[in-house]
Design a protein around this ligand. Structure first.
Ligand code: PLP
Length: 367
């Protein structure tokens, strides 16, 4: 009998979230961002839910090749472009679109002899100050890009520094001014801009985190109005119960003291499963269908929960650590992080199953 912890991936939730992106940015095409192994969900697992996307965006070459091997024929975008000349051969062989953010990449493309011209997304640094050409040098970069034989179509892209807290007009203005005279499709919007900044939608949007039902701000409240659905549930069971007297403590560091007699459930889930060790007493959790809180410190393989509101809970009772009822961001926020990080950091030892999530549908298990 394995430990009772497992994660479930809900393909219907991803399909639903993708539809929501479509309706929200109705005149844009959609790059589904599935970098970092689909934000921890597993590219192969979620692939069947991506059919409605117009393209796939990621940044590891091996992930791009896996997507082609799965049968994806629509565009695939490498968000950081190529790292060395031989990557261009891979891009050529698998018809990958490459981001170009610096002259070193153009030098490599200039020296390359691909069988077919390679599509490019030319990246502007409009204020994020991570990758891309400055607005003042963007036209020159475009001229150079368009003069290279190995390069086919050129799209224009940029990325927002704080689409999540509102102020992005200055970056859009920089981008628009510097691209006024240039042809090509435009792509600016991550998840936050998809939800909150219609002005940034343009030709292609690039949502990542909202496809998985997590909040672009890391705050669950901010996406309450959007009917996004959680694509991953982390579930376990109660494996022990303790009854504490007032004044007794729980776990390492004795950080929680019972102020009255109380029942405590021990859950088979710890930081070695990807649950954040920094989650404090009070972090929400669902036990036996009832919302309650974790109490005391999260240890490697276990954590402890307050069973006061769950009178019927006992050994074997189901626990949702995050998922449909407890949003991943509700766990991330008190732990000082964002849902993105928790999803990406699900530990390898947690078995994952995939379900369409529709009652009656067969569940397909994979390691
Ligand atoms: C990760 C990434 C995205 C998606 O970001 P989300 O906040 O997850 O929507 C979009 N564009 C680029 C360039 C990225 O690196």
């Amino acid at each position: 009998m394995p430990r009772p912890i497992s994660a479930r991936i809900h393909l219907d939730a991803i399909r639903h979230n993708l539809q929501l992106v479509r309706r929200t940015a109705a005149s844009s095409r959609v790059w589904a961002v599935i970098k970092a192994n689909a934000y921890g969900h597993g590219i192969e697992r979620i692939y069947p839910a991506l059919g409605e996307a117009d393209g796939i965006a990621l940044l590891d070459l091996d992930e791009a090749v896996r997507v082609r091997e799965l049968g994806w024929t629509k565009p695939v975008l490498l968000l950081e472009g190529v790292f060395e000349p031989k990557d261009i051969e891979t891009a050529d062989r698998h018809r990958l679109t490459v981001t170009v953010h610096c002259d070193d990449q153009l030098d490599m493309l200039k020296a390359a002899r691909p069988r077919e011209r390679i599509g490019v997304q030319l990246k502007m640094n409009s204020g994020m100050n991570r990758l891309g050409y400055r607005p003042a040098e963007f036209e020159r970069a475009w001229e150079r890009t368009s003069s290279i034989d190995a390069i086919g179509q050129i799209g224009l892209m940029s990325h927002f520094a704080n689409a999540d807290d509102g102020a992005i007009d200055w970056q859009i203005d920089e981008f628009d001014a510097a691209t006024r005279n240039l042809p090509g499709t435009r792509s600016l919007s991550n998840s936050a801009a998809v939800l909150w900044h219609p002005r940034a939608h343009r030709d292609w949007v690039r949502p990542g985190t909202i496809l998985y039902g997590a909040s672009p701000t890391g705050c669950a409240r901010h996406i309450e109005g959007f009917s996004l659905r959680a694509a991953m549930s982390l579930e376990s069971r109660i494996i022990g119960v303790q009854t504490l007297a007032a004044g007794e403590t729980i776990g390492y560091g004795r950080t929680f003291t019972a102020d009255r007699a109380m029942r405590i459930g021990v859950v088979a889930c710890g930081y070695a499963d990807g649950y954040p060790r920094h989650a404090p007493t009070g972090t929400p959790v669902m036990v036996d269908g009832v919302r309650t809180r974790i109490v005391g410190r999260v240890s490697m393989d276990m954590l402890t929960v307050d069973l006061t509101p769950c009178a019927a809970a006992d050994i074997g009772s189901p626990v949702e650590l995050w998922g449909e009822h407890v949003k991943v961001d509700e766990v991330a926020e008190p732990a000082g992080t964002i849902g993105y990080e928790l999803l990406c950091a699900l530990a390898r030892r947690v078995p994952v199953s995939v379900g369409a999530g529709v009652p009656g549908d067969a569940e397909v298990h994979s390691a």
